[in-house]
Design a protein around this ligand. Structure first.
Ligand code: PRP
Ligand code: ADE
Length: 177
């Protein structure tokens, strides 16, 4: 088994976690497989390069977006912006509340992380409803950044994330479904 097929085989699907009715996709086996983790980063990098000029920064949403976003930023040679859950960053912060597939949360960004006009690529492990990615885009745009692309390892197509982001002018790409 090679390429995306191997990545797909290393996604562990768990019914009813963390809430009844949710089919949870756990990427722990993929992350633990050195060749597959490296391959996922290379495929994300290919997508980032294909999308146009390299972004100034990559932003990742806590926590799983840090894993892929920071690795991709180091691979591409861009900076990285951590978009954090509530209460972790010192001031000055910009914050927004959002809803995701199985709950609600608050996302925060350092107001010092991004300069107006910088082009920022959003990266996360998984796209479900798009609530998390939209919250990230909202913070970045509030700081004056341009956000037009988002990359994911997995997109759950029936949860509407692609359409929700497209509606806000953000094109999404995912390696797996
Ligand atoms: C997960 C995942 C995405 C988000 C996707 O994060 O890593 O960030 O949900 O769902 P959405 O498209 O419906 O917003 P989670 O909030 O569970 O946090 P974690 O990364 O800390 O596990
Ligand atoms: N985040 C939101 N929905 C998810 C799912 N079904 N599996 C893993 N992470 C998620």
């Amino acid at each position: 088994m090679r390429g995306p097929e191997r990545l797909q085989a290393l996604v562990h699907t768990v019914p009813d976690f963390p809430a009844p009715g949710v089919l949870f996709r756990d990427l722990s086996p993929l992350l633990a497989d050195s060749a597959s983790f490296a391959h996922a980063i290379e495929l994300l990098a290919d997508q980032a390069i294909t999308a146009g000029p390299l972004p100034d920064l990559i932003a990742g949403m806590e926590a799983r977006g840090f894993i892929f976003g920071a690795a991709l930023a180091a691979h591409l040679g861009t900076g990285f912006v951590p978009l954090r859950k509530a209460g972790k960053l010192p001031p000055p912060v910009i914050a927004t509340d959002y809803t995701l597939e199985y709950g609600t949360a608050r996302l925060e960004m350092s107001a010092l992380a991004v300069q107006p006009g910088q082009r920022v690529l959003l990266v996360d492990d998984l796209l479900a409803t798009g609530g998390t990615a939209l919250a990230g885009a909202q913070l970045l745009r509030h700081a004056g950044a341009t956000v037009t692309e988002a990359l994911f390892v997995i997109a759950l197509d029936d949860l509407g994330g692609h359409a929700a982001l497209l509606d806000q002018g953000i094109t999404t790409t995912a390696l797996l479904a």
